[in-house]
Design a protein around this ligand. Structure first.
Ligand SMILES: Nc1ncnc2c1ncn2[C@@H]1O[C@H](COP(=O)(O)OP(=O)(O)OP(=O)(O)O)[C@@H](O)[C@H]1O
Ligand SMILES: [Mg+2]
Length: 255
């Protein structure tokens, strides 16, 4: 199994604050890899450095064997590495399906080709079928024609995943996919993610709700104060005294 993502000695400093301190992570292909750690320990900053939102102060980021360090977010998106945000950002004026279709290519969007319906009608039909298929994979098929603004927190997170899938993503980074979501819906979201993994996708998931998410994880990285403090299988990491100490007094599941 190859590595889908490698962060090599990634450091990000904001003025005097070192938010991410020489972190090394590898996300193997076709895994659910999780990144945990207390508030402010640098999880989102690391994801931002890997997805082009931020430029690392030092270190390198590889997507497969492509060095994507310093690439722009849309360039990283185009090679198949997509991320969701802690707070979902749908195009709220659009319906659920239009959000998904928006990430697909359609020659009809070109002003030159738009008048020649025959040149893009079949593409549009195929895109529509593909978009419905994707919505079914994330459990949103019944909501396809609703405005995305009518979706609840859990459904908005799944819409983010659907948008990623429609762009042909191979690796999806999810920043707190079950944050603010009730336990039953949280379990449902992660079950969808797990099924997508079974179909060949790779996930890097930042999550505080370790009790719900860890059973889905193949591998976990734990951070504290910008540095990695532990890595391994869920059992290894959650029983690591360093990790227990970080969460001491809070209970691992509440962090
Ligand atoms: N753009 C920025 N400018 C300055 N400081 C920042 C910036 N972004 C993040 N930080 C700081 O970097 C540190 C790490 O923040 P980050 O958001 O990566 O933490 P996190 O682990 O994702 O936390 P949470 O679990 O609360 O989402 C924090 O001290 C934060 O205040
Ligand atoms: Mg964060």
């Amino acid at each position: 199994m190859g590595n889908m993502l490698i962060a090599e000695n990634v450091t990000k400093a904001f003025e005097g604050l070192v938010a991410v301190n020489s972190v090394n992570i590898k996300v193997k292909e076709n895994t659910f890899t999780m990144l945990i750690g207390p508030n402010g320990c640098g999880k989102t900053t690391l994801i931002n450095c890997c997805t082009g939102i931020l430029k690392p102060t030092s270190g390198r980021v590889f997507f497969g064997d492509i060095d994507i360090t310093g690439w722009k977010p849309h360039e990283i998106y185009q090679v198949g590495f997509v991320r969701s945000f802690q707070i979902p950002l749908p195009f709220i004026g659009l319906t659920v399906i239009d959000n998904v279709l928006g990430a697909m290519r359609n020659p009809g969007e070109s002003p030159l080709l738009a008048p020649s319906v025959s040149r893009w009608a079949d593409v549009e039909e195929k895109n529509m079928a593909h978009a419905m298929d994707i919505l079914a994979k994330v459990g949103l098929e019944k909501h396809w024609d609703l405005p995305s603004s009518s979706l609840g927190a859990a459904q908005l997170k799944m819409l983010e995943v659907a948008k990623g899938l429609s762009s042909g993503a191979k690796l999806i980074a999810l920043d707190e996919p079950i944050g603010g979501v009730d336990p039953a819906s949280a379990h449902e979201i992660l079950s969808h993610v797990s099924k997508l993994k079974d179909e060949g996708l790779t996930f890097l998931v930042v999550e505080h709700r370790i009790d719900i998410a860890a059973p889905f994880a193949d591998y976990i990285y734990a951070m504290e104060l910008g540095s990695l403090i532990s890595e391994g299988t869920p059992d290894e990491v959650l029983n690591d005294p360093k990790v227990i100490e970080v969460y001491l007094g809070k209970g691992v599941e509440q962090c």
